[in-house]
Ligand binder design. Structure first.
Ligand SMILES: *Cc1c(COP(=O)(O)O)cnc(C)c1O
Length: 371
């Protein structure tokens, strides 16, 4: 039987809520289910202000607009990340300065950030890879010392914490994804968390195509109009209804995914050691949120062998990011610094199947049979 890498989770209420959204007679954005999703995040995680978006990419683009990134402003971020982390700022004309990953984790090496800060630096974008927190105290201290903003790309980090604080709530802005490969899904979807009062009012305007329609709907003003730049960043009620059905199951989803990670770790620890393969490391300030379970292979050749071995058993494993500083688009723009850890993860990191319905036993047995 085929084991895919990912299989979207279904709570069973998704279609019922979509039907309800349709019967309410309003399927554009910012309706009943959008508000239910907003309340969920505000109540469960204590976010000050959140806005559903059509993707995490859009949430990051909103962040770049809110920070008023101008051509020539510098933005620091890891090279080992998804293209949207960088693209959102590239679209505004920013100069991207890529940071290497840590030796013990694919997340960015906090000790390498300060050397890249210049008077042009406007923001640091952290990526909580695999839902594992970056060392946020170090980053927030740097940001306040140099008077720059911090955006958390928390696409993979729902319900994960740093020293007990929820990820996405620590930087000035935080962005989440509900793409079908993430823990909580609605096909394509995202969320922007606005943690700094200075951005609250403008965030609603940018979200609503540069208009003050949100304030109008609340009855705060008697007509609405074009007051700023913006775009159509809000998802329809159909997406929000689907998403809410998943949010209601958040705790069960997280528990199940973490259980699978635990099983992988317990069963693979000694096998990995004999093959010089490293398993995910968790710093003591971070939590695991069951987003991902990966192997860091000894080299690229070993990774190819393991992918092939799993494939022969009809199990799909996949590698992850190609370093952005070496991408066809960016290579010419990169300042030439070598980022060896980022390259190493590009060549050796292998993600194992992980989804709610998965029984990982056959994946484990197949891996252990690998010589
Ligand atoms: C998935 C992901 C994104 C993009 O999310 P979308 O919702 O697909 O736009 C951005 N950054 C990281 C780190 C991701 O894992």
């Amino acid at each position: 039987m085929h084991i895919p890498f990912n299989k979207p989770y279904l709570s069973g209420n998704e279609l019922r809520y979509i039907e309800d959204a349709v019967s309410r007679g309003k399927i554009s954005g910012d309706g009943y289910y959008t508000k239910k999703c907003h309340s969920f995040f505000q109540e469960k995680f204590n976010f000050k202000k959140v806005l559903l978006t059509t993707s995490c990419t859009d949430a990051l683009e909103m962040a770049a607009l809110l920070l008023e990134i101008q051509p020539g402003d510098e933005v620091i971020m890891p090279s080992y990340t998804f293209v949207s982390t960088a693209n959102a700022f590239e679209l505004r004309g920013a100069v991207i300065r890529f940071v290497d990953s840590r030796a013990d984790h694919p997340g960015m090496d906090e000790s390498k950030i300060e050397a890249l800060i210049t008077p042009q630096t406007k923001a640091i974008v952290v990526v909580h890879y695999a839902g594992v927190a970056c060392d946020m105290d170090v980053i927030m201290d740097l940001a306040s010392k140099h008077n720059i903003f911090v955006v958390e790309d928390a696409a993979q980090a729902i319900a994960s914490t740093y020293k007990g604080r929820v990820l996405g709530s620590i930087g000035h802005l935080g962005a989440f994804s509900f793409h079908e490969t993430k823990n909580i899904q609605c096909g394509e979807g995202g969320l922007l968390a606005i943690n700094d009062d200075r951005f609250v009012k403008r965030s609603e305007i940018i979200w609503e195509k540069g208009t003050n329609r949100s304030a109008f709907f609340r009855g705060e003003i008697d007509k609405y109009g074009w007051v700023d730049i913006g775009s159509s960043f809000l998802p329809s009620e159909l997406n929000a209804a689907y998403l809410f059905a998943q949010l209601e199951m958040l705790d069960a989803i997280q528990a199940k995914r973490m259980e699978i990670c635990k099983q992988y770790r317990a069963s693979l620890t000694s096998w990995a050691a004999t093959h010089q393969i490293a398993l995910p490391q968790l710093p003591d300030y971070a939590t695991n949120n069951g987003h991902m379970f990966y192997l860091i292979c000894k080299d690229e050749k070993q990774r190819r062998g393991i992918i092939q071995h799993l494939k022969e058993a009809d199990i799909l494993s996949v590698f992850h990011y190609l370093s952005l500083h070496k991408s066809p688009y960016f290579t010419e723009k990169h300042d030439g610094r070598l980022l060896p850890q980022s390259n190493r993860y590009s060549e050796t990191l292998l993600r194992l199947p992980l989804y709610y319905e998965l029984d990982p036993q056959r994946v484990i047995d197949t891996l252990i049979a690998y010589e």
